[in-house]
Design a binder for this molecule. Structure first.
Ligand SMILES: Nc1ncnc2c1ncn2[C@@H]1O[C@H](COP(=O)(O)OP(=O)(O)OP(=O)(O)O)[C@@H](O)[C@H]1O
Ligand SMILES: [Mg+2]
Length: 372
């Protein structure tokens, strides 16, 4: 049996478009609901029809504030009674598309995780995928600054129960959606299980809207980071070609290999001086990981050391948008192609956030294999 759709015919709703010209909010009325779509009366603003184009993203809230969901304009009709056809989220009991969750991490800090998340995220969004970025580098979260977004709310407000996760999502450049982390806020490492669970339960809501969820975990091996890594569909470890960054990347892979089931791990080499150097580092690391950890490492690609990266950061614009033909942007696009393989859940397989919840409640050691 299907659960009820989130809105009903004749109901008053408020829509908040992500549109430069028509930011809203506007009140309007539902005319019809049909499966995954609803038809709304086109709202008026100061007596004029609000001209929203197909593809405009909307936040829809029922007038009583009880239901809120993200939606998109699928069609519009400005003849006779002007109407908008919008998408409805999947019903709770329907098969909800599981997003592929990619956790991006590193041993050493400052090696290029955040840059990778932002730029490959945009490359994937440019292919029409719905990409959400979760800035889980709490405490020193900075994705909003790098994207030049003034985020009013962040995960702190979700942890404190002041806001719903959909209230804090902001649209970023290049069509990505950001869940801001909040800096000066307690780090993931310091969160207790209840707080982490609150974050996870909230983030789960996003799975119904996303094709890909990329998580910037921050560096290091706190319990929060480990749980993100273990529950992800794909872990991406970032390193530069410097020996201490490589050693720290190996340490992350070693810890990951001690848990069962092992997540799929990939490696990105950042700031390589040449393709040859990147290949050498990648192949050596894959060989060591295979030999000592009995684990396969996907070599996802490399990004050259490129001055456009820092130039773009100073402009607070992702380099893939500011310098799309530069070597760094080309590297990001190549990596994004290797990252995109849809999650193919087997029947009954649990999603990332369900797995994360299990890990939290089972405790740290229960998923370790017995050591010989
Ligand atoms: N391919 C590159 N070429 C040149 N400079 C780069 C490149 N990648 C990253 N950098 C530089 O390294 C800095 C750190 O990058 P980034 O913030 O993405 O790393 P991070 O791993 O997220 O760091 P943290 O651990 O502090 O969160 C950037 O500000 C930029 O100046
Ligand atoms: Mg970072």
């Amino acid at each position: 049996m299907l659960s009820n759709p989130p809105i009903d015919p004749n109901q008053a709703v408020v829509i908040k478009p992500s549109s430069q010209f028509y930011p809203g909010p506007y009140q309007t009325r539902v005319l019809a609901v049909d499966g995954a779509r609803a038809v709304l009366q086109v709202p008026l603003h100061q007596g004029k029809v609000v001209l929203l184009s197909v593809g405009t993203k909307l936040e829809v809230t029922t007038i009583d504030g009880n239901r809120r969901f993200l939606s998109e304009v699928l069609a519009r009709n400005y003849t006779d009674t002007p109407t908008l056809t919008i998408s409805l989220p999947a019903h709770e009991n329907q098969h909800v598309k599981t997003a592929k969750v990619i956790a991006v991490t590193s041993g050493k800090g400052g090696v290029g995780k955040t840059g990778l998340v932002i730029n490959t995220g945009i490359a994937l969004a440019q292919h029409g995928l719905k990409v959400f970025i979760i800035d889980a580098d709490l405490g020193t979260a900075n994705v909003d600054v790098l994207l030049n977004i003034q985020a009013t709310y962040n995960l702190r407000h979700v942890v404190d129960r002041q806001k719903d996760i959909l209230d804090i999502v902001v649209e970023g450049p290049g069509g990505i959606f950001l869940v801001p982390g909040g800096s000066g806020f307690q780090s993931l490492a310091d969160m207790d299980t209840t707080q982490l669970q609150r974050v996870i339960n909230s983030c789960k809501t996003l799975e119904a809207y996303a094709d890909i969820i990329m998580i910037d975990t921050g560096a290091g091996l706190s319990k929060g980071v480990i749980n993100f890594i273990l529950a992800a569909d794909q872990v991406v470890v970032v390193t530069t070609t410097e020996p201490h960054a490589i050693t720290d990347a190996y340490a992350i892979l070693k810890v990951t290999s001690e848990y069962q089931p092992r997540p799929r791990c990939g490696l990105v080499i950042n700031r390589a001086e040449t393709a040859g150097e990147a290949r050498q580092v990648g192949e050596r690391m894959a060989a060591v990981v295979r030999r000592f950890l009995q684990m396969d490492l996907d070599l996802l690609g490399f990004v050259p050391d490129d001055p456009t990266v820092s130039k773009a950061i100073k402009r607070q614009t992702p380099h893939i948008l500011a310098f799309p033909n530069a070597p760094a942007a080309q590297g990001m696009r190549a990596i994004s192609r290797r990252l995109w393989q849809p999650a193919e859940p087997e029947a009954g397989e649990r999603s990332f956030f369900d797995r994360f919840r299990d890990l939290l409640t089972r405790g740290k050691d229960s998923h370790r294999p017995p050591r010989a």
